[in-house]
Write a protein that binds this ligand. Structure first.
Ligand SMILES: [Zn+2]
Length: 277
């Protein structure tokens, strides 16, 4: 790539107090709406302030992503909580680990841009791809859980309880694909990614979401509640019983898989961008 300063990402962000204030305002609203736990809101405020300081394209893309993911998580919330009760590791409220698992790679890209003090196209493409992957994966889970019917495990292709990691439904898969395309378009609209590179963000985001599903099915740890005789991701089941390890890697939980999703998307975007540049 040329060393010329691209106009599309040279929109300076707000001052630090304004960036921090805006980030706290948005994270605080999500906390009040119970989308984020207290630790999650603190982490989101830090990531938000860094993104805004890196420039409006970074901050704008993060805010739009957050609105997109929040909207999806609120759709049919009661139905989803009922359908996944006792299965998923954590509820609808995101904690700090979940926030960093989804936004950590993006925050790293924004920090690089901030520290370097100049726009850097390569970083924007892989940063946007990582967050778009987290969004595509989130949408697939949210929409699939809401209206997806009984999902199938990609490991056994057998029906599994709604909310099981590594399981897919037609509605969820469509939402993942649509989300990757929409978020890549938003990254362009916000001026974060140049229009010719939008497809790199979309392809990498989709790849990350697929990696997430496959890792969730093949290597993420699976647990079993002996009392309820059901599969779960919780260490202590919602019934109060300690669950048993039943398969997969013990250290690989849902948060780790989400991080792998965002990191693999960033890596692929970086590789493609380097190859076509
Ligand atoms: Zn139980």
């Amino acid at each position: 790539m040329s060393a010329a300063v691209p106009a599309w990402s040279s929109v300076a962000g707000p001052s630090t107090p304004v960036a921090l204030g805006l980030a706290i305002l948005i994270a605080g609203a999500a906390w009040r709406q119970q989308s984020l736990r207290t630790s999650g809101a603190l982490a989101a405020a830090v990531v938000g302030a860094i993104a805004l300081r890196a420039g409006w394209p970074w901050g704008g893309f993060l805010i739009a992503w957050f609105a997109w993911a929040t909207l999806a998580s609120r759709l049919g919330r009661a139905r989803k909580e009922q359908r996944t009760a006792g299965v998923v590791e954590k509820g609808a409220q995101r904690d700090a680990v979940q926030v960093m698992a989804n936004g950590g790679v993006f925050a790293m890209a924004a920090t690089l841009t901030l520290v370097r003090g100049d726009p850097w196209a390569q970083v924007a493409v892989w940063g946007a791809a990582s967050l778009a992957a987290a969004g595509a994966d989130t949408l697939g889970t949210e929409i699939g859980t809401w209206i997806g019917g009984i999902p199938r495990s990609v490991r056994t292709w057998r029906p599994v309880p709604t909310g099981t990691s590594g399981a897919v439904s037609a509605a969820g898969s469509f939402a993942t694909l649509l989300s990757a395309l929409v978020l890549a378009a938003i990254a362009v609209a916000m001026g974060l990614v140049p229009a010719p590179q939008w497809w790199i963000v979309a392809v990498a985001a989709l790849f990350g979401a697929i990696v997430d599903t496959v890792a969730g099915a093949l290597v993420q740890q699976r647990r079993w509640c002996p009392s309820c005789e059901m599969a779960t991701e919780q260490s202590r089941h919602s019934c109060g019983t300690d669950t048993r390890h039943r398969g997969g890697w013990r250290w690989l939980g849902n948060d780790e898989v989400n991080f792998v999703c965002t990191a693999s998307a960033a890596l692929l975007a970086w590789l493609i961008n380097g190859a076509v540049a």
